[in-house]
Write a protein that binds this ligand. Structure first.
Ligand SMILES: [Zn+2]
Length: 264
């Protein structure tokens, strides 16, 4: 029996991605670039789940998903990809996310990496990506990512959420500030209340993820995002403020290129 090759799920990409391709801001040429792109997501929590779903549906050619954790009960309120089977199995988040994303779009490459991201493994992951999305929940990993991305000359999109607030800034080495131009050193972990203490509103995470993903799509389709503009959101009040972040010529990362977080 011959397989039917004209099933709805393997329709030509022109049909599948027509909503984006018809946007004047993306267009068919921008969509083609998105389909050839490779994105690394560091973290498969509340931010990473939403980013990955948007990017898989947008047709990004390759998604690499890195997370060391397993699905736990408190994740279910804010991490949109997981179901109760994942919770019952305490599935590794990167593998569970990859399985759900393959069911959303079987035409793209999805690679789960079940690992803690450290100085020992981040550089090959960043080097093979066109762009990196920050979906971490701690500043140590963000500064590690900042060092690896600046060293490799790769753009990355900072995003953080806590409570009902969030922040987003697109970083492109050489075209604006990096994270260390803004924060000289990572805030000690004990000064940042973790989500299980302070709480996170799922819609705030989805909003931050939507803004980060938009910056990524702008960069991939048009080569340009809002480099160095810090967007600060409060979804409870519906407010967004934007501030230009200056580049620090004496920045130890993008200025002096010391990359201390990459050193073991
Ligand atoms: Zn810098």
């Amino acid at each position: 029996m011959t397989a039917d090759i004209s099933t709805p799920e393997n329709a030509p990409s022109a049909a599948r991605y027509s909503r984006h391709a018809k946007l004047a801001l993306i267009g068919p040429a921008g969509q083609a670039k998105i389909e050839k792109s490779s994105i690394l997501l560091i973290g498969c929590g509340s931010l990473g789940c939403a980013q990955a779903a948007f990017l898989a549906r947008a047709g990004v050619g390759r998604l690499t998903l890195a997370d060391r954790d397993t699905v736990q009960a408190p994740n279910m309120a804010t991490q949109l990809l997981y179901d109760e089977r994942d919770l019952r199995d305490q599935a590794p988040k990167a593998e569970a996310a990859a399985r759900h994303l393959r069911a959303i779009n079987s035409g793209i490459a999805i690679e789960p990496v079940v690992a803690d991201i450290t100085a020992a493994n981040i550089e090959p992951l960043v080097n093979k990506a066109d762009l990196v999305l920050d979906a971490t929940d701690n500043f140590e990993t963000r500064f590690l990512l900042n060092d690896a991305a600046v060293k490799a000359g790769k753009p990355w999109i900072y995003g953080g959420v806590l409570g009902t607030d969030g922040m987003v800034m697109a970083v492109s080495p050489g075209q604006g500030p990096c994270l260390r131009c803004l924060f000289d050193l990572p805030a000690p972990e004990d000064r940042l209340p973790p989500p299980d203490v302070f709480g996170v509103l799922a819609t705030a995470a989805a909003w931050v993820a939507a803004l980060q993903t938009t910056q990524a799509l702008k960069a991939l389709a048009g080569g340009k995002a809002d480099w160095g503009r810090m967007h600060t959101l409060d979804i409870w009040n519906g407010s967004v403020t934007t501030a230009e972040v200056p580049r620090d010529p004496a920045c130890p990362c993008c200025g002096r290129r010391e990359f201390r977080f990459l050193k073991p």
